[in-house]
Design a protein around this ligand. Structure first.
Ligand SMILES: [Zn+2]
Length: 201
């Protein structure tokens, strides 16, 4: 039987509680890490994004915190689950609701590596977290100010989130660019119209 890999979410969202801990092995001889900073939690969202990358998914990751504690983690799983709604934010919202036993994510902050799309922004407004923090902006499809702004549009929506952008934005963008560059290279190779790329080196 195959052991559950590091990059798999539990099949049962309730089991996601098992993920609710700070990472072990924090080195107290290294630089001081502020475990409550936006940068720290975005770093955790980036860890989730790298799991998506390793699984061949568009590398987006999210974590949700409540009063300084991570209560949900998720990475984009559209291909894995064959579900176009399985964006990191959507899965994280569901996991956080399971954890709290409430659909209202009061006092919560959602950290996500890329600006939420309109679907996720709509879901976020319904779940009512206090804040949304994202890494890189999406000028074409972002719904937190890049293209449109659903998170701070009140009225007509019945909830307004405080939005912080650009936290570890370079790292978040770099991971996405790397993914799409590699996807393009693979396509070129498949079509046989591109350069021969030595994938071993
Ligand atoms: Zn989305």
């Amino acid at each position: 039987m195959r052991q559950r890999g590091l990059y798999e979410l539990p099949a049962n969202p309730r089991a996601s509680r098992a993920f609710l801990h700070y990472p072990s092995g924090v080195d107290d001889t290294g630089p001081i890490i502020d475990l409550h900073s936006d940068a720290y939690f975005m770093g955790q969202a980036l860890r989730e994004a790298r799991k998506a990358y390793a699984a061949g998914e568009v590398p987006c990751g999210a974590v949700i915190t409540r009063e300084g504690r991570i209560i949900a983690r998720a990475w984009n799983q559209v291909e894995t689950l064959k579900d176009a709604t399985a964006h990191a934010e959507m899965l994280a919202l569901t996991a956080a609701q399971e954890t709290l036993g409430d659909w209202r994510l009061e006092k919560c902050t959602l950290y996500v590596t890329k600006e939420p799309c309109p679907m996720c922004a709509g879901a976020i407004v319904h779940c009512r977290p206090e804040r949304v923090v994202f890494g890189c902006s999406d000028a074409k499809g972002g719904a937190a100010g890049g293209w449109i702004n659903l998170l701070e549009a009140n009225p007509p929506l019945n909830h307004r989130c405080d939005v912080t952008s650009g936290v570890l934005g370079e790292e978040c963008l770099h991971l996405l660019q790397q993914f799409f560059r590699e996807a393009r290279d693979r396509k070129k190779l498949e079509r046989g119209t591109g350069e021969i790329i030595d994938l071993e080196n």
